[in-house]
Ligand binder design. Structure first.
Ligand code: CTP
Length: 397
């Protein structure tokens, strides 16, 4: 179970092609242990059937204000009262307009209007409908009322046009729901994170790099953001979307990463060094592509890169420093040695063959009190546990 396990969510589906993504969202929520209830507008049922949603949620699906399964005709009260969050995905322009105007003529709008819990909307509509001043007025009014907006995103639309209005992917909405429920353990803290590999040029087309995917660092950035921190993420070359609400600085080489960290570190309370920084760079990268020629062997002259984490930890008043160590053997021994060498309070260690590129990992934390295995799990879940551990260490300080 993840941080949302046991949470009580109502998923509302209105009419829009993006309703197919709601099926995936329901699957993600149920898989993570959410107690999910689904309600749909009549238009929503044109795009995805209640039977599909029932099968995915394992619960009856509601579409009608006069549903005879609810004895006293109080469906709008019954279905929303015990919920902690209502998520409407997709939320059509029409539905957003209804909510902004306080209209409550069908089950879903009535549910939203009679709710006591938070409401999150994932808009999905054509770009012109989204840009329409009436829609923008409605969105602004709902934001003022405290409604949370998940998206929309920019991109290709089902109608063939391109622009703002595309619904976020199911995983992105799920991520925001997890964020909504996360305890604010790092509220007000400023967190600097490095992630991904670095690339050291050999010539204009070749580089020395490693197979870090950046997934763990990005998961840590997301977990810290969800915990209420203000997060800056210095990312090496990775093909990952930056978590919303996180300041992202893209870098390529270890020296660029070092410069970005030097610049950002005076404003941070916590530094989490997840990046797989190349320890060496080519001393004089060739300005033109190296030709094979007749040589049978090629020697690269390498020089050492700065150790970014060790530099941060050695500052006069360092932030709380967390290192990561990917080891291929003798995990505990190497991890404890590394933690002592870099003089950092906390080190997260894993075995490389269990982590690189994968969505899962198995991590053990090492601090003054010894080893704390976090066990095996999705990187997002392990990142959340790491944040809990950091918050606990900062609290006792
Ligand atoms: N690190 C860093 N700068 C470097 C090398 C490493 O900031 N030039 C950080 C990593 O982000 C990680 C920690 O130091 O948090 C440990 O990285 P790792 O590569 O495992 O350790 P090294 O110190 O490079 O030791 P070795 O490669 O010999 O295992």
């Amino acid at each position: 179970m993840t941080g949302v396990g046991g949470r009580r969510v109502l998923l509302g589906i209105t009419g829009g092609v993006a309703a197919y993504k709601a099926a995936d969202l329901a699957r993600l929520l149920v898989k993570s242990g959410v107690d999910l209830r689904v309600a749909m507008t009549e238009a929503g049922t044109r795009f995805v059937t209640p039977v599909t949603m029932q099968a995915l949620s394992g619960q009856p699906v509601y579409t009608d204000l006069w549903d005879p399964r609810i004895p006293d005709n109080m469906a709008h009260i019954e279905l929303s009262r015990d919920r902690e969050l209502i998520v409407i995905a997709p939320a059509s322009a029409d539905f957003i307009g209804k909510l902004a105007g306080g209209l409550a003529g069908d089950l879903l709008s009535t549910l939203c209007s009679a709710r006591r819990c938070a409401l999150m909307l994932a808009p999905a509509m054509n770009v012109e409908m989204w840009r329409n001043p009436a829609t923008q007025r409605n969105v602004a009014a709902l934001r003022d009322d405290g409604v949370i907006f998940a998206g929309p995103a920019d991109g290709d639309q089902a109608c063939g046009e391109t622009g703002m209005g595309r619904m976020l992917e199911a995983g992105e909405i799920f991520d925001l729901i997890q964020g909504f429920f996360a305890p604010r353990l790092l509220q007000g803290r400023r967190v600097l994170i490095t992630a991904g590999p670095t690339e050291e040029p050999i010539d204009p087309v070749r580089v020395i790099t490693n197979s870090s995917s950046g997934k763990m660092g990005f998961a840590v950035a997301r977990a810290a953001r969800d915990a209420g921190a203000r997060v800056t993420l210095v990312a090496g070359p990775v093909s990952l979307d930056g978590p919303a609400g996180v300041i992202r600085i893209n870098v390529r080489t270890a020296e660029e990463m070092f410069a970005a960290v030097q610049n950002a570190v005076p404003d941070c309370d916590i530094f989490i060094s997840v990046a797989a920084v190349a320890d060496y760079r080519v001393k004089r990268p060739a300005t033109q592509k190296i030709k094979k020629g007749n040589q049978r062997a090629l020697t690269l002259d390498l020089e050492e890169n700065p150790d970014i984490l060790a530099w941060v930890a050695a500052r006069p008043r360092p932030p709380f420093c967390v290192g990561f160590a990917a080891e291929s053997e003798n995990l505990a021994e190497h991890a404890m040695e590394k933690r002592a060498k870099k003089r950092i309070p906390l080190l997260a260690a894993n075995l490389v063959h269990e982590a690189l590129g994968a969505d899962d990992n198995s991590i053990t934390l090492f601090d003054d009190r010894g080893a704390h295995p976090l066990g095996r799990g999705a990187k997002g879940e392990l990142a959340r546990r790491l944040v809990e551990h950091i918050a606990a260490m900062l609290d006792v300080k």
